[in-house]
Write a protein that binds this ligand. Sequence first.
Ligand code: 13P
Ligand code: SF4
Length: 331
Amino acid sequence: MELTSNEVAVRLAQKGYLDLDIPKGIDLISEIKRLKKEKKAVLLAHYYQNAEIQELADYLGDSLYLAQTAEKVAAEIIVFAGVHFMAETAKIINPAKKVILPDLNAGCSLADSCPPEDFKKLIDQYPGASVVTYINCSAEIKAFSTIVCTSSNAVRVIGSIPEGETIIFAPDKNLGRYLIKETGRDMILWDGSCIVHEAFSFERIVTLAKENPTAKFIAHPESKSQVLDIAHYIGSTSGLLNYVERDPAQNFIVATEAGIIHEMKKRCPEKIFIPAPVEDETCACSECAFMKLNTLEKLFLCLKNEQPEIKLSKSIIKKAKLPITRMLNLD
Ligand code: 13P
Ligand code: SF4
C-alpha cells in the first residue's frame, strides 16, 4: 500500500507527532457543520460516541440502523463516527461512496479476537455448516460468513437458519451463549469477547441493586452470562433505549458503554440512569476506548482532508457484501 504525503501527515497528527493546522480559536462545532454542508457529507454516529459528536450526527443509531442507513445514503461522502468495522461495513454495502473515519485506530476487541487465518481453520472442520457472524468483525471474517447479524436482529437471523443445520457463531461467546438460551439452537462458539462488557462486576451490580431497590437492571447481550442472568431486560443499544422509554421505572442501572446515557437522558429527562459498575474501581472501563478515539478535532481534520479513508479490495467487498445483504433483506 502506498500513502500520499497528506495521508502520512494525517497519521502523524493522529498519533500526536504533528500539529496539523487547526486554526487557533476556531469553533469546531460550527466548522464541522460548515464542512459537512460544503462537502455534501453525511455524518453517521453510534450511541457510544462522545455526546458532542452524537449531537452533530445526521444519523445516530445502533449498528443495525447505521448499516441500513449507509446502504441508502445519497451523499458522496460518509463520515463514520464509530469504530473501524462499522465504517468498513458502510463501505462494503455502499462501495461507490467515500467512507472516512476520524481515527483509523478505532478498532474493536471483538473484531481483533477473531483472526481470519484461525477462523478459517475452525470452519474447515465443519464442512457445510452455516457461519453466522456478529457484525463486530473484520471484512475478511464477513467474507467467510453465511449471514451477518447485529445484537438487534441476532435471534431472527438464527431463526432463519434451517433446523438441523450446524451453526458456527463468531466472534462473541457471550452473545453466542445468550442466543443458545434464547433460540434453543446448539451452536459452535468462537472464544471472543468485548473488553467493555466483560468488565462489568456481578458482585458490585448486586450491591448497587440492593442500594437502589426500585431500579431496573438492563444489559447489552455482550455482557457475561452471570450478569445477564439477573437483568430485567437484555437488548441491543436501541433495544435498551426503547425499553427505558416505555418502562414505568424511574431508575435504571445500565450495563453497556456509558455513552448511551446521553441519549437516554435526552429521551427521558425525568429518569435516572446509573452506569453499571466494573471490576476495577479505578478504571473508566465502561467507556470503549476505541469509540472514544474519535474527537471533535479528528472529526474536523477528517472532513477537511477527506481522510483517513476506508479502502478495500473489490474481491473482499464482493464476498463480504453477500452475508450483510442477506441480513439486511431479513429486516
Ligand atoms: P449495538 O449493535 O447494540 O449497536 O452494539 C454495538 C457494539 O459495539 C456493542 O458493543
Ligand atoms: Fe467493540 Fe466492545 Fe467497543 Fe463495542 S464496546 S466497539 S464490542 S470493544
